[in-house]
Design a protein around this ligand. Structure first.
Ligand code: HSE
Length: 424
């Protein structure tokens, strides 16, 4: 026997439109497989004139028409951003309505209170689409990998920056030129700051790390560096040494210490993540029982995101009892994961050095003074204006020691043009 579930939308932009189309075009298959039919009763929009393809009767500009409708049992939120989405999700949960959201910002910043509101009213809270679009990484971490202690996660979790870095690598083009072109093609937002400054990736990493390490990793604990300062010359020098540059979201756990960081990172050309090109996303992780695994797919776009949302919707409507992540999600948990601000990794640095005797040994000595050991060094090109370009790759060293060493390299020896991190 078929069951009809009445649902409401908060927002109907690109993603909401994709969900509407997927629900309309795939409803017979969903009903056949699950016995569920979804009836979209109300859709909150900003303006009633814009959405001519939706039946006029469902559109509303009043949020109360969605969250106060007693017949609507599941609310799908596509507004994005922190407010008013956070307020509306809370209000829906408090009224006992299950919420399916694609909103990583509201979720990463207010997970604790949203989950509390959901538990109090017995409603469900589903958020697969908030991280990496169509890739089912949330469900994988919540359920499929429960028998694992996850050691680390490396993710390419932002499609815009992966698209830009891929084109910079392939074409030798500069960041600003590729960004402009990506905006012209509609592949980067008119205001790209959240993507290119790494914030979008950091919200997603805080959610992934919390699930993977079974303890809340607040967004504020993620070290964030975007791609705005990346220079084509460094991508080229890295390629010559066998490395590809990616904006990686990295989470590692050692006992109770967790390091979470988002920054441009060189990885070896033969690392599986090095081949994830264009706007694709991927998550590479390691668990003590499953070993290495990689998940790859589309992290954005109307139908890929709708794929995750409609799957969550079916899961929510079929659940006998809603489940909540089983980790400590309190603001002040008794045993808290500690933020590790001094991680270890290898480094890449490009310098413009004075070309005279003793310069190389002074740089090497400064590194040595801080426990930084050089793994490879290249002197590039001819001398220009009394300077030569030097490229260093170090062995694994402490972040803070490396930063201190770089500060102590003075212009009479060399100017440090770039410092990037390297992961194996
Ligand atoms: N702006 C994101 C990206 C998609 O470029 O991957 C939504 O999270």
């Amino acid at each position: 026997m078929e069951k009809t579930v009445k649902i409401g939308f908060l927002g109907c932009g690109n993603v909401g439109g994709g969900v509407w189309r997927l629900l309309s075009g795939f409803s017979r298959e969903i009903a056949h497989r699950t016995g569920l039919r979804f009836d979209v009763r109300r859709v909150l929009v900003r303006s009633l004139d814009k959405h001519r393809d939706l039946p006029a009767g469902v559109l509303t500009t009043r949020v109360e028409d969605v969250i106060d409708d007693p017949e609507i049992s599941i609310v799908l939120e596509f507004l994005g951003g922190e407010e008013p989405a956070h307020q509306y999700i809370t209000a829906a949960l408090e009224r006992g309505k299950t919420v399916v959201t694609a909103n990583k910002v509201a979720f990463a910043l207010h997970w604790h209170e949203l989950q509390k509101a959901a538990k109090a009213s017995g409603a469900g809270l589903y958020y697969e689409a908030a991280v990496c679009g169509a890739i089912p990484i949330i469900h994988t971490l919540e359920e499929s990998l429960q028998a694992n202690r996850i050691h680390y996660i490396y993710g390419i979790v932002n499609g815009t920056t992966n698209y830009i870095l891929t084109r910079m690598s392939k074409e030798g083009a500069e960041y600003a030129d590729v960004l402009k072109d990506a905006q012209r093609l509609g592949l980067a937002e008119p205001d790209p700051s959240s993507d290119v400054e790494g914030l979008d990736a950091a919200y997603k990493l805080s959610i992934l790390a919390s699930l993977a390490f079974h303890g809340r990793v607040p967004f504020e604990n993620v070290y964030v560096e975007g791609i705005t300062q990346v220079q084509a010359e460094d991508i080229r020098c890295g390629q010559e040494l066998g490395y590809t540059l990616k904006l990686l979201a990295i989470a590692k756990r050692d006992g109770l210490k967790v390091e979470t960081r988002v920054h441009p990172t060189f990885i070896k050309n033969d690392h599986p993540l090095a081949n994830i090109s264009g706007a694709f996303n991927a998550v590479f992780l390691n668990g003590h029982a499953c070993g290495d695994m990689m998940f790859m797919g589309r992290g954005a776009g109307d139908l890929p995101t709708a794929s995750a949302i409609v799957s969550d919707l079916v899961r929510a409507a079929s659940a006998q009892k809603h489940l909540y992540p089983t980790f400590e999600n309190e603001l002040n948990p008794t045993v808290a994961l500690q933020n590790n601000t001094d991680w270890r990794c290898a480094f890449y640095s490009r310098m413009l050095a004075q070309d005279r005797p003793g310069v190389l040994s002074r740089i090497a000595q400064t590194f040595a003074d801080h426990g930084v050991s050089i793994a490879a060094m290249q002197q590039k090109g001819a001398r220009a204006g009394g300077h030569v370009t030097l490229v260093f790759i170090t062995h694994e060293a402490s972040e803070q020691a490396m930063q201190q060493a770089i500060l102590e390299i003075t212009p009479d020896v060399a100017t440090v043009e770039s410092l990037l991190r390297v992961e194996d």
